[in-house]
Design a protein around this ligand. Sequence first.
Ligand SMILES: Nc1nc2c(c(=O)[nH]1)N[C@H]1C(S)=C(S)[C@@H](COP(=O)(O)OP(=O)(O)OC[C@H]3O[C@@H](n4cnc5c(N)ncnc54)[C@H](O)[C@@H]3O)O[C@H]1N2
Ligand code: MOO
Length: 389
Amino acid sequence: MALIPVEEARKIINNTNFEVKKREKDVDIFQALGKIVTEDVIAIKSIPERSLSVMDGYAIKYEDYLKYGKLRVVGKLYPNTLNIPELKEGETYYVTTGSPLPTNTDSVVPIENSKLEGEYVIFKGEVKKGKNIREEGEDIYAGQVIIRKGTEVTPYHLGILLQQQIFHINVSDLRFAIFANGDEIASFENPEKNKVIDSISPILIKILEKFGSVKYMGVAKDDLNDVIGKIEKSLEISDVIISIGGSSVGEKDYVKRAINKLGEMLFDGVTVNIIKRGSVGRIQGKPILVLPGQVVSAITAFHEFGLSVLSNILSANLKRFVKSTLVEDIYVNHSMDSIYLFDVKGNSAFPLRWGVGLYSELSKANGFTILKRSVTYKKGEEVELQLFI
Ligand SMILES: Nc1nc2c(c(=O)[nH]1)N[C@H]1C(S)=C(S)[C@@H](COP(=O)(O)OP(=O)(O)OC[C@H]3O[C@@H](n4cnc5c(N)ncnc54)[C@H](O)[C@@H]3O)O[C@H]1N2
Ligand code: MOO
């Protein structure tokens, strides 16, 4: 099979029917931290639930203040007050920070700007209309999406969920199996001297755990039957399989040959440097992601093809993009379009050193993009970058 444009590969993945259940589980929100939500989480109440005072002071109707100058203090409200009174003409209530406000209140005057005179209060300094109130729904309104499907749950979401008294949510619970390939590679679980330790699987395992559980199947030998054996075992226990290395066309690259024996390749690489050998197969309806053995290639191919596969399965859009400005010129000195890594800081995109296997650059990167071959991109030009998850 020939290399195809990356846009075509995306279309193929989007239009493929993977027979994988959208596995999810209902978990305690603390266990949901770092996991991907499988449906929109909706606010069940507005925050604040009703208008609140943001100062200790007096709840007034501004017109009454103008009309009477002094207002009669008829009660006090606190944050735990449940019965909300109505503010009648010429009246005021003492309120504390966080108290609900009487109906008809349109302003709160801080206590520093007031003076009690018997049962009345008079105001000093400038009284401003509409001040010192936190409006109902100002933060979140009932019905609003608070965590969008496909988003990772963060500690900040925890705060919102607790305020909403939502204690359980659904998160993705897909099962992954991952293995590396190559006689020279040793499992990271049992490092061996004089071998190359599998230093790519652990990165992907940590990323994939956002989506469910991951079983590390170890390392397949450069042997067709061994690779087939790893894939067959993976099929028994997982929904999505990830293979690292052995993706090329060399005499010892068996992954694609094994897939073609057990199922089919959806495409066999793209015309983009660094992810050129990345591809996707399907066996018994399940996706198998073929990632190149170089670390930058494997991780960017996962973000390109892997997130397309997972978006398809979870019916969510998992890719995150940001527009940013190049801080220096980049000349794409390659015969193919190519992936470039970036350190994106605010509106500035700092290009990192180009290379398929640069762990150091990958560790500095938080995004990447595909730039066109033989084009010079100018400093100040805007580019759209895909962010790492
Ligand atoms: N004749 C051609 N040769 C190559 C082509 C091509 O089009 N024609 N494509 C090149 C491209 S592009 C890539 S990418 C690589 C893909 O290679 P593989 O996926 O087959 O990777 P390996 O050969 O297995 O390994 C490459 C390199 O990385 C090390 N490696 C592999 N897996 C791991 C791991 N899990 N942890 C750490 N290091 C790993 C491995 O030892 C090799 O040094 O093919 C080009 N060749
Ligand atoms: O898939 Mo390869 O890493 O294009 O460079």
